[in-house]
Design a protein around this ligand. Structure first.
Ligand code: GAL
Length: 664
């Protein structure tokens, strides 16, 4: 099954905003799109005011003409519902639909997503324009995909207005049914928080001190669900009126804490993601790889669409560094290597006006005489050579547990240390695996794990009893698990699992944590095997596990720091401190070997290698992020040149190669 029915190539293109340009420009747009190999554009994402200039009055003529031009040029369309940017008339008519911050400030218009996610007026207006678009364009021959909204929850993730408060109470009623159950789940005997009536419950607005963490967690869940309800409404209209055309919405995986994308992944027909490099960050291509792997995981291994990235600089970081030579190509191919069957950008043509005019585009202000344009054309040609990779799959050998609920919980206020960071721990384990050329999936703690020789739980703070059972079964059946500190501490309501830390995992790990020993800023500790660590230590008590390394100094001196426990047919490792990068890499090498993973390939760490498989075929994508030319062993066909590869695949510094393995 192709990712998008009707697309017989790797999708290539970007957000297209023809409404910002006079129609004369459109003809040039389409001619240049063809030159660049563009075959898919996302159209009309922010065009609500041009499509419905006044409530119930529609102007579709310009969109009809633009769609016809695109279709005549053979360019397919991912048609957006423009509901991420309600027009000024909407706000004017429904002033109470504007979102309210935690501090009680009602936000103004003039930006985007300036609506309360629970607003009935917004629900009606967004359903209205969605229905009009679906009726008019359901059978349009250019239409291959619907693009609902844009980055749900991007800037209006939470709203604390009266409407949201009422919706939150309804959501809680559905979840708990009975107020007594809510009081129990929220531990509301603490600080006299016991509710006697549903109407006493507010969203967790700003308070004199920190709020009830269980209350906070449910507000996260409610807010993610409020946006999901908006998505479902649009999706259901589109499915009803435009059957057979898949519906997507662009996620912001890994960089958006506020949306529970495991839940959302099951709701879209096509998983698509937006990714922007953190320009000033060293090795930001590793962060990119992590986000791409997370996207594939949310798509349950199926191909996905990179809906947005940038050809060059963005405009919203403190210093918007331009991409270096070949960087955009490497970035694009990384996404492709990790399962994307389409590479799109924000945006096609750089805007002349508005807030994003200094954001790069496929066609920059400088036009076709620019490096960016030449790179865009070259990438389009290369993707044209890679059509046979479509629908091939990536197989991972390691799973990292990733759970948005645990992210929410871990970073609530009043934790033992402000050094506890969800993303930091994920990246701490992802990076050395990347450098060791291991392919990684991400998995929800309650998901099936049996396919992975190795599973890593990086500070899985919130673990339900079901998740703990899942991990026990995984190890019992022969799996190898590595658990990092502050895992398995609380349940879904942020209540500590009874019986001592780490409550959910004590028997599996064969130990108890008597006390946490967070370290002062800048303080390091040494282990007796020479490793160093910082941020965190623990006083461990072994109850079946054996120590692999102990603390040589610091508050837990003499006590075990890293342990291993045999459990059923498998083994569970535990690391109770924040090891240095080198220490984490060495630990991962140990547990990888213990899990029976093959020895890492002997290639430079800066060379990224990923394999995609389809029936009987293997594709090797090699991306050289380093300064040295590399030769990757193997033979086959270089798909970008068509040349046979007999004696290893040369991958010059900074370049990308894609090889079909073997001779076919
Ligand atoms: C995305 C957004 C786009 C554009 C882009 C700029 O988050 O979806 O519309 O604003 O950022 O980098």
């Amino acid at each position: 099954m192709p990712l998008i029915p009707g697309m017989d190539r790797i999708a290539y293109g970007g957000d297209y905003n023809p409404e910002q340009w006079p129609e004369e420009v459109w003809t040039a747009d389409v001619a240049l799109m063809r030159e660049a190999g563009v075959n898919l554009v996302s159209l009309g994402i922010f065009a609500w005011a041009m499509l419905e200039p006044a409530p119930g009055e529609y102007e579709f003529g310009w969109l009809d003409r633009n769609l016809a031009l695109l279709h005549d040029a053979g360019i397919a369309v991912d048609l957006a519902t423009p509901t991420a940017a309600p027009p000024p008339w909407f706000r004017h008519r429904h002033p109470d639909s504007a979102p309210v911050t935690r501090e009680g400030v009602r936000l103004g218009g003039g930006g985007r997503q300036s609506f309360c996610p629970s607003s009935p007026a917004y629900a009606a207006a967004s359903a209205g324009i969605t229905e009009q678009l679906a009726r008019r364009y359901a059978d349009h021959p250019a239409l291959v995909l619907w693009h609902s909204h844009n980055e749900y929850g991007g800037v209006n993730a939470f709203c604390y207005c009266e409407t949201s408060a009422a919706a939150f109470r309804n959501w809680l009623r559905d979840r708990y049914g009975d107020l007594g159950k809510l009081n129990e789940a929220w531990g509301s005997t603490f600080w006299s928080h016991r509710f006697g009536d549903w109407d006493e419950i507010e969203p967790p607005i700003i308070t004199a001190t920190t709020a009830n963490p269980a209350h906070e967690l449910d507000f996260f869940r409610f807010s993610s669900d409020a946006h999901l309800a908006n998505f479902r409404r649009e999706r259901d209209i589109l499915h009803r009126l435009s059957p057979g055309v898949p519906v997507t919405t662009n996620f912001m995986l890994a960089n958006c804490k506020n949306i529970d994308y495991w839940k959302w992944g099951a709701e879209v027909d096509v998983v698509s993601n937006d990714h922007y490099l953190q320009a000033e960050r060293a090795d930001n291509h590793i962060e990119l790889a992590m986000c791409a792997d997370l996207t594939r995981s949310v798509a349950h291994g199926r191909p996905w669409l990179l809906m947005e990235h940038s050809t060059n600089a963005v405009n919203w970081q403190p210093r918007n560094l331009a991409k270096g030579p070949g960087e955009m190509r490497r970035n694009s191919m990384q996404h492709l290597a990790r399962g994307a069957d389409g590479i799109l950008f924000f945006q096609w043509r750089a805007s002349r006006f508005g807030a994003e005019k200094f954001h790069s585009a496929m066609l920059p202000h400088g036009g076709t005489g620019t490096r960016t344009w030449r790179d865009v054309v070259a990438l389009g040609a290369s993707l044209g050579d890679l059509a046979e990779l479509r629908d091939s799959r990536v197989t991972a050998e390691v799973a990292l547990l990733w759970d948005w609920e645990s992210w929410w919980g871990l970073e609530l206020p009043w934790r033992p240390s402000q050094e506890l960071s969800f993303r930091e721990r994920q990246e701490a384990f992802y990076e050395p695996l990347w450098r060791a050329h291991r392919t990684v999936d991400f998995a929800h703690p309650e998901a099936a794990l049996g396919a992975y020789p190795l599973v890593v739980a990086p500070s899985s703070y919130l673990l339900t009893p079901g998740a703990a059972d899942n991990l026990r079964s995984y190890v019992d059946a022969g799996g190898t698990l590595l658990v990092s500190y502050f895992s398995g501490i609380v349940d879904a309501h942020d209540a500590v699992h009874p019986g001592g830390y780490p409550g959910a995992l004590r028997d599996l790990l064969g130990l108890g944590v008597e006390e946490f020993e967070p370290l002062a800023a800048g303080r390091t500790v040494r282990l007796d095997d020479g490793r160093t660590a910082d941020a965190w230590a623990e006083r461990l008590e072994l109850r079946g596990a054996t120590a692999l390394a102990s603390y040589a100094d610091g508050p837990a001196a003499g006590l075990p720091a890293i342990t291993r426990h045999e459990y059923g047919k498998g083994q569970a490792f535990y690391v109770s401190t924040r090891l240095s990068g080198a220490g984490t890499a060495a630990l991962l090498a140990t547990v990888s070997a213990a899990a029976g993973l093959p020895a890492p390939v002997d290639l430079p760490a800066s060379l990224e290698i990923v394999r995609r498989h389809s029936a009987g075929q293997e594709y090797l994508i090699a991306i050289n992020h380093g300064q040295q030319d590399v030769v990757v062993p193997g033979d086959g066909v270089d798909l970008l040149t068509g040349d046979p590869v007999a004696d290893g695949l040369p991958v010059p510094a900074g370049s990308v190669r894609v090889m079909r393995r073997g001779s076919r």
